[in-house]
Design a protein around this ligand. Structure first.
Ligand code: NAP
Ligand code: F7E
Length: 343
């Protein structure tokens, strides 16, 4: 029996991969993280958290079965956290086949490798609130009907049920966290919270004129990634494999998020116009600083998400430490202090 637990995190270069690595290193795990080979280095999140040299980085792609099997045999992980995905919803409309190959078949490649190599390996799947899509009830819980609205959402429904199926048919410790939107200073630049905090900070310091956004009425249940990776580790160390909603329990519009950021940055501003003509005017310069651009609307939108985290709070005693306001303050402080760092 090994003394040190070995964790394999797929998608270690992403937002959650970075925070989860930091947590598992602190807990004494030996962490292996997978990265896809690319033309340039992409370890800036791990470098920012000062953990790059504490992780064993391995070349890996969810599209390549033999590579997955080789790595699992070599590393002999106790726990596999599958965070790798094509995770940007708009891209999934452009690249539905690639998104499905990575997010759906990639998960079967992992699960089947576990069954064939060592059924004692625990498996965590990064499921998502996007599976609820056109919601059939609010708040959404573990029993809410799934109705995805994008190829991304559909791909994640497939992998969610595959994880349940492998648990039930092969007796694997395979579980899912159904995570609602979670953000942080390390969020990718295309996601709306990063786009807003980064863009408005640049406008405030004079290096940008305006930001262009899509649907301001969409409602999201936003939390902090550092809290949500704690939930992942708790789900993996539960006494039985199970699925849990992880969310803040509150919901806000994109417009609410913009308002909170404008106030945090002390803008003197006003909303004007309606629909596609809606803008935010900077009263000091009398210039528009937020405009709407049709190209950021989606072919099918998820109008509202609001999770019910009662189960994980009751059964695993998960308690998030951040609020939406503290998240926004942290994201804006990061942009002020790191104007040249982009993920
Ligand atoms: P992210 O920042 O987009 O990171 C995704 C990671 O997946 C990156 O490291 C990426 O590597 C890797 N990846 C992409 N395609 C791959 C492939 N073919 N083979 C191997 N690795 C691949 O995503 P995140 O926000 O950290 O989210 C982590 C997971 O949670 C994802 O599965 C996402 O779908 C899910 N999720 C996220 C949220 C959220 O609000 N953040 C909520 C619910 C669920 P490259 O650097 O090479 O692209
Ligand atoms: O959009 C609206 C947009 O791209 C949030 C992923 O991590 O969380 C994320 O998916 C909302 C949507 O995240 C812009 O229409 C308006 O309603 O930040 P987002 P997402 O699509 O909710 C889930 C849980 C995941 O699993 C995903 O992997 O904001 N919105 N204007 C905009 N969105 C973007 N990106 N850009 C805009 O300009």
């Amino acid at each position: 029996m090994k003394n040190t637990k070995v964790a394999l995190i797929t998608g270690v270069t992403g937002q959650d991969g970075a925070y989860l690595s930091k947590l598992l290193i602190k807990k004494g795990y030996n962490v292996y993280g997978t990265a896809r080979r690319g033309a340039s280095e992409k370890f800036s999140r791990l470098e920012f958290l000062n953990i790059k040299n504490k992780i064993n980085i391995i070349d890996f792609d969810l599209l390549e079965l033999s590579n997955i099997q080789k790595i699992i045999k070599e590393i002999e992980p106790d726990e596999i956290y599958n965070l790798a995905a094509q995770s940007f919803v708009p891209t999934s409309f452009e690249l539905p086949i690639l998104t499905s190959d990575i997010n759906s078949l990639g998960v079967v490649r992992l699960l089947d490798s576990i069954v064939n190599i060592n059924k004692d390996i625990k498996f965590y799947q990064a499921s998502t609130s996007e599976m609820f899509g056109k919601v059939t009830e609010s708040p959404q819980s573990e029993t809410t009907r799934l109705y995805p609205r994008s190829p991304y959402g559909v791909s994640k429904v497939f992998s969610h049920y595959m994880t349940i199926n492998y648990r039930e048919s092969h007796d694997l410790f395979a579980c899912s966290g159904i995570l609602f939107n979670h953000e942080s200073p390390l969020r990718g630049h295309e996601f709306v919270t990063k786009k807003i905090t980064r863009g408005l900070t640049k406008i405030k310091n004079g290096s940008q004129d305006c930001i262009l956004l899509g649907n301001l009425d969409a409602k999201r249940d936003w939390g902090h990634a550092a809290d949500y990776v704690e939930a992942m580790n708790m789900i993996m160390n539960n006494n039985k494999p199970d699925d849990f909603v992880v969310s803040s329990g509150a919901t806000s519009t994109v417009k609410d998020f913009v308002d909170k950021c404008l106030k945090t940055l002390n803008f003197d501003y006003a909303w004007e116009g309606e629909g596609l003509e809606k803008i935010v005017i900077n009263k000091k310069s009398n210039k528009p600083i937020v405009k709407i651009d049709k190209k950021f609307f989606r072919p099918a939108e998820v109008d509202i998400l609001m999770g019910d985290p009662s189960k994980i709070k009751k059964e695993l005693n998960w308690r998030p430490k951040h609020t939406l306001d503290s998240l926004i303050e942290e994201m804006i402080a990061f942009e002020i202090n790191n104007p040249n760092l982009s993920f």
